[in-house]
Design a binder for this molecule. Structure first.
Ligand code: NOJ
Ligand code: CA
Length: 665
């Protein structure tokens, strides 16, 4: 956090928090805390057996009905009854903070807080609620009596949501988020991973996730016997889910709420619930990058050495030249280090003989192109950890500023990808990198929970099916609506290294049949605006960009924004976003479309009122959709201002990307 513009912390609010006696449980008081504008109300209480519960309202409508709270410790000791309330404090915070990169440069953090301290034979439990106008977070702080070590067997937080609500989710797999999204009622769910998004009615949307996942297992949700969704923490290989000291602080459990689907993604709750950075991160530089990457996924080049080896010195220099000539400042090189043939015994300092790492890095630096060094672990995490201090020191000495990590396959010591052990591993990598001025892009990584606020060197992670699943090796490519579900689900936690920018969508030129991207070229361009993130790839091969007029858009589009407004959209169907560059006064607009062709009317009232703009529109061609002529793109120019309304036809699987440059006159 560079500047706190104004802060009103620590003010005890007497209005906004109240205590009443519940009519249904006549003995037990219900304590209420409301958001600053009173749209969101959270009730908390202890029921007649001393079990904590909460319930959430939005503008008088139930969002979460009475739901249990608590924990189960190892040995079957339950921490979900026989509590007494010993103290309650209230607080209100209204501050604005500035980030190094992001969708918005200044973020308002405005909430009402209530902290309930509960006593139990086994220890004390504090429950913190922070209630915003667009949702809430709550977290637990648990302290055992007599300083005993706490080992948690499970968490008993329920999310009692209406069974007939529509929802978008991926099923539980403690090792992977690379799944197809399901769209069902809540009643049809067995277990899900978060972010989990619901449409409760025409004007009530909700997303359940977590924030600040640190030294704790990831939370999934499972249907309990009573039909309610209940937290299930990812277990360790040894059975227990959490092992810690005498005090445990859980991540925040977040519930984002809005009237429209886009309200969910206009929310800043998840970042706000993470801590401000403790160090200077002004050295973190957002980047647009290319890669010795897609050619391997197409099967044209190989990660391992041989005739088709991708990571050669000559090829890397060629790619650096192309990147430098086209306004890109990064190059990812995969398959550069010993270990790929055997898919084990990776050496993170030892390049293959045909790749002169030091010469490539220097050449890149001379052209303003940073090398993103790839560290694939294939799940050999212990072996990776052993090499990290030496390897990261070496990278720092060479001036390498970006590492892409990878964790393909099971973690070899038996720990799940999403348990406490691996959560701590990802954190270790992040912190070791930060010490040396290095940024991280993680694949097969833990889902994002807004930690990039505290650690801005965490640029983007994968943690979902990315564009790589449009490759010929994928048994099934990503469905058309996939890119329209991700913003409302996976992207709620933070930026994704989705790797947009395919111009060749069918691979017919390589004789590849039956595998393709279910998208038009204009859809690929729109992804740069719709998916925010400080590291964006132009994933295709230089030959598909050379001489293509639409490449101009990728060259121009910023990766860091001062303002972002999600204007309109429906989950899985379409999404329209406007963003203002952090560099200058230009605006960009992205419209992404799903399976149904549609027309959208977009008022440009977000534009500065004292300025005219030259709009350049990259639209789907007349006869274009994801199936037919997907590469068809029309480039149009218009003069617009804040009174203009754009009417855009979006093809099936299509989109539109627009630059809005202030006119000089
Ligand atoms: C999976 C990653 O998502 C992809 O980007 C990478 O190229 C391969 N693993 C190889 O490490
Ligand atoms: Ca992957």
């Amino acid at each position: 956090m560079r500047t706190i513009m104004y802060a009103l912390c620590g003010l005890v609010l007497l209005l906004g928090v109240s205590t009443v006696f519940s009519s249904c449980t006549s003995q037990t008081p219900i304590h209420t805390v409301s958001s600053p504008n009173r749209n969101v109300r959270v009730d908390f209480g202890l029921d007649t057996i001393g079990q904590p519960f909460y319930q959430v309202w939005y503008d008088g409508q139930f969002v979460i009905q009475k739901s249990d709270m608590g924990f189960v410790l190892t040995g079957g000791k339950t921490l979900n009854s026989r509590f007494t309330l010993v103290n309650k404090t209230e607080n209100h915070v209204d501050e604005v903070w500035e980030n190094y990169w992001g969708q918005r440069q200044y973020i308002r953090n405005n909430y009402s807080e209530a902290v309930y301290s509960l006593r139990h034979d086994l220890g004390t439990l504090k429950v913190f609620f922070r209630v915003y106008d667009d949702g809430l977070g709550f977290r637990y702080e648990l302290e055992a009596n007599n300083g005993q070590e706490i080992t948690i067997a499970d968490e008993s937080t329920s999310f009692n949501v209406a069974p007939d609500a529509q929802s978008w989710w991926i099923p539980v797999d403690d090792d992977s988020y690379e799944k197809f999204y399901e769209h069902t009622t809540v009643a049809a769910i067995d277990s899900i991973q978060t972010p989990f998004t619901l449409e409760m009615s025409e004007d009530l949307y909700v997303c359940i996730h977590e924030a600040a996942l640190i030294d704790f297992p990831s939370m999934t949700l499972k249907k309990g016997k009573n039909g309610q969704l209940r937290s299930r923490l990812v277990p360790s290989s040894k059975g227990s889910v959490y092992k810690g000291g005498e005090r445990v602080t859980s991540p925040w459990r977040t519930i984002t709420i809005g009237r429209r689907a886009v309200d969910l993604i206009n929310s800043n709750i998840i970042e706000n619930l993470n801590e401000a950075p403790q160090h200077d991160f002004s050295w973190v530089k957002p980047l647009k990058y290319m890669g010795i990457w897609w050619e391997m996924h197409l099967g044209l080049k190989s990660w391992s050495p041989g005739d088709k080896h991708g990571a050669t010195t000559a090829h890397a220099k060629e790619m650096i030249d192309f990147a430098a000539a086209n306004n890109m400042n990064g190059l990812l090189v995969e398959g550069w280090n010993k270990g790929w043939e055997a898919w084990k015994d990776f050496d993170y300092c030892q390049p293959y003989p045909d790749y002169d790492l030091e010469a490539v890095v220097k050449y890149g630096q001379s052209k303003g192109v940073d090398i993103i060094i790839h560290n694939e672990t294939a799940g050999y995490v212990k072996e990776y950890e052993k090499q990290i201090p030496e390897a990261f020191d070496y990278y720092q000495k060479l001036g390498i500023k970006y590492i892409k990590t990878g964790y393909v396959g099971p973690i070899k010591n038996g720990e799940p990808h999403h348990g406490q052990y691996m959560v701590n591993h990802y954190q270790y990598v992040l912190e070791e990198a930060a010490k040396r001025g290095i940024c991280i892009m993680g694949h097969e990584h833990i889902k994002p929970t807004g930690l990039h606020r505290t650690w801005p060197n965490l640029l983007a992670v994968e943690s979902a099916r990315g564009q790589e699943y449009n490759a010929p090796w994928a048994p099934e490519n990503n469905p058309v609506d996939h890119t329209l579900i991700l913003p409302f689900t996976r992207l709620m936690g933070g930026p994704m290294d989705y790797t947009p920018g395919l111009f060749d969508l069918t691979y017919a030129q390589h004789g590849i049949k039956d595998k393709r991207a279910y998208s038009t070229l204009a859809h690929q361009l729109a992804l740069y605006v719709v998916y925010p993130g400080p590291a964006q790839m132009a994933c295709d091969l230089p030959q598909n960009y050379t001489g293509h007029p639409a490449f101009e858009f990728i060259k121009q589009v910023p990766v860091n924004w001062s303002k972002s407004i999600y204007l309109d959209g429906e989950i899985g169907q379409y999404l329209v976003v406007a963003r203002k560059s952090r560099e200058n006064d230009s605006w960009y607009l992205g419209a992404l479309n799903g399976e149904e062709e549609r027309r959208v009317e977009i008022p440009l009232s977000f534009l500065d009122s004292n300025c005219h703009y030259e709009a350049t529109l990259y639209k789907d061609g007349e006869m274009t959709n994801w199936q037919h002529n997907p590469q068809g793109v029309l480039i149009d120019h218009q003069k617009v201002d804040h009174n203009s309304i754009l009417s855009l036809k979006l093809a099936a699987g299509g989109g539109c990307a627009i630059t809005l440059m202030p006119c000089k006159d």
